[in-house]
Design a protein around this ligand. Structure first.
Ligand SMILES: O=C(O)CCC(=O)C(=O)O
Ligand SMILES: [Fe+2]
Length: 243
């Protein structure tokens, strides 16, 4: 994505975070959410110690190459990938659109260690959340490398991802921060002072009514990206078409 000049994106920019994170509540409808959840193949999960995942259309090779004979299936394209194209989120990506989706599932008490997504991808991630809400912790990367234990003014942000929402991470947020999810049963002290995207939330009343707490339930994330290195099996097997 180029500079965030697009008006629609600007309206969804998360204030006080590193520039270039955007939050869209209700990016898909509850019916669309349900349809996608029902389409996720039950027999393709890869179990990790603290979550399970699926890579579509394929896992990347050891050299971070996407080798696949097909693109993303229809249920991952309609409506989500099409809507991302409509927003122009991946218009500057080498392939002009997304070619990969990592599906993560978290049960209550599960999370993901702080990490960066790195140079395998064009530096834009679009995350659509399904099921329950979850807090994503975003932390300045450089400060994490300090080992002297000093209070170093390291900046951190909490982003609440509601079901049906879209979170777009790009630019310096992609480059200069780590993101992770705590392995807790409940996210607490969620209010306008602690949640970076508070003003953009779809349903803050629910949190207020629940004593500023979010009880974790099963949550699935669809993380769409453009993998930079792609090798097409079809052209390897059949050779390049003449002409
Ligand atoms: O589930 C999420 O929102 C984050 C997943 C993530 O960081 C990843 O797949 O790289
Ligand atoms: Fe990630």
């Amino acid at each position: 994505m180029a500079e965030p000049t697009d008006e629609v994106l600007l309206q969804h920019a998360i204030g006080n975070t590193p520039p270039s994170m955007y939050y869209f509540p209700n990016f898909i409808t509850v019916e669309e959410e349900e349809r996608i959840l029902n389409k996720i193949p039950a027999n393709k999960w890869i179990s990790l110690s603290r979550r399970r995942l699926q890579a579509v259309p394929a896992r990347l090779t050891a050299s971070n190459t996407l080798v696949a004979s097909t693109g993303l299936p229809d249920w991952l394209v309609k409506p989500v990938a099409e809507r991302l194209d409509g927003l122009g989120v991946f218009k500057d990506a080498p392939h002009g659109t997304v070619n990969h989706c990592l599906i993560n599932e978290y049960l209550p008490g599960q999370g993901i260690t702080p990490h960066e997504d790195g140079a395998t991808y064009h530096p834009v991630v679009a995350t659509v959340s399904l099921g329950g809400s979850i807090v994503l912790d975003v932390t300045e990367k450089a400060a994490l490398h300090r080992t002297d234990g000093a209070s170093d003014g390291r900046k951190a942000w909490r982003i609440l991802q509601e079901p049906c929402s879209l979170l777009v991470t790009t630019g310096s947020a992609y480059r200069d921060t780590l993101h992770g999810i705590a392995d807790v049963e409940e996210d607490s002290v969620l209010n306008e002072n602690t949640v970076a995207n508070w003003s953009l939330l779809g349903d803050k009343e629910k949190l207020v009514a629940n004593g500023e707490r979010n009880e974790r339930t099963m949550r699935v994330s669809l993380t769409y990206r453009d993998v930079l290195k792609v090798s097409n099996i079809g052209s390897k097997i059949f050779g390049k078409p003449k002409s």
